[in-house]
Design a protein around this ligand. Structure first.
Ligand code: ARG
Length: 317
């Protein structure tokens, strides 16, 4: 397939992603053709290059790096990480968890491969990449520190917020999905956009089964945690989202709030309808995880068709 067709395939797969609220920018996806990059060391280098290109000093660029496709039905190259950048999760002997609970299992597997966590484990230890090339053993590669931009989280008014010691990485790079279409199956094709703040604040840091920060923040705000009617969770969510937006902005790192993202998506729908195309959509993913009804995307339903080319999930490691 010529390079321009590969690029069109990737951009169209983004346009077809029913769960993505950021699709207005689908034509601006940078496509890196790595179809001749086949050995694990070189694949790792290309992933690091992807991180640097996408991070772009904070002016985040949407990008995809496409490695060689799977050969007719056989297993293909796999990046075992769900995202290129994730934080390790460890279960301590007293039952508590250090780091990201979502990564407990992956962390154990990568330790079994021979990875040594830092001597002082923290809540934000970068996991190495795990790369599988058919016919070879899994290999792991620690990321160079300077390829991962991170943003420490502080709050514009609440001065104690910084002492929570929170941070997050600047760029989300999904690395476990396959790009599929026209008979091709690219099993290693990491792609990235920029963050919407709710992804970090409401979900990664806020979810009870992730970093579970809402109780601590509500306490800091002096709210009554015994009384659900005080809406302490909701009020803590607002301040955590405010903090993430503020911190990324201060650090000069691209991020979008859920109101802006929603209105961008409504614009995308208008443009697509004018072009005579249907917009596949999944309501439960498109509606932001906070203040849903305050966002225009809440007030309608979406076409649930699955169009190709597309990004599809693959069996986990
Ligand atoms: N929700 C995921 C995370 O927090 C990232 C998913 C992709 N997000 C994006 N803005 N492209 O890490």
């Amino acid at each position: 397939m010529p390079e321009h067709e590969l690029a069109m395939m990737a951009r169209t797969a983004w346009r077809n992603s029913a769960r993505c609220i950021g699709r207005l920018f689908w034509e601006k996806l940078e496509v890196i053709d790595a179809r001749t990059t086949a050995n694990p060391d070189d694949i790792f280098d290309a992933c690091v290059a992807h991180l640097r290109l996408a991070t772009n000093g904070g002016k985040v660029r949407s990008a995809i790096t496409i490695f060689p496709p799977a050969q007719n039905g056989k297993p293909g190259i796999r990046i075992r990480n769900r995202q290129l950048v994730r934080y390790a999760g460890y279960r301590e002997s007293n039952g508590t968890i250090t780091g990201d609970p979502e990564q407990l299992e992956f962390t154990l597997k990568v330790i079994a491969l021979g990875w040594r966590p830092p001597r002082e484990r923290s809540h934000f230890d970068l996991l190495p990449l795990v790369i599988d090339v058919p016919g070879d053993t899994s290999r792991f590669y620690p990321l160079p520190r300077d390829s991962v931009m991170e943003v420490p989280i502080s709050h514009p008014e609440l001065s104690w917020f910084e002492a929570l010691g929170l941070k997050w990485h600047a760029v989300p790079v999904i690395s476990d999905m396959a790009l599929v279409g026209g008979g091709w199956r690219f099993t290693a094709a990491p792609f990235s956009g920029h963050y919407m703040a709710t992804e970090i604040a409401s979900r990664n840091l806020g979810d009870e089964n992730r970093y579970n920060q809402l109780p601590g923040i509500a306490k800091g705000m002096g709210l009554d945690l015994r009384c659900r009617r005080s809406l302490w969770k909701d009020r803590a969510l607002v301040e955590l989202n405010t903090a993430v937006l503020h911190s990324f902005h201060e650090a000069g790192v691209t991020i979008v709030d859920h109101h802006t993202a929603s209105s961008q998506f409504m614009r995308h729908i208008k443009i697509e309808e004018k072009s005579g195309r249907t917009v596949p959509g999944d309501w439960s993913w498109l509606v932001p995880p906070m203040s849903g009804s305050a966002c225009p995307v809440f007030h309608r339903y979406y076409d649930e068709v699955a169009l190709e080319p597309s990004f599809v999930s693959q069996p986990p490691w």
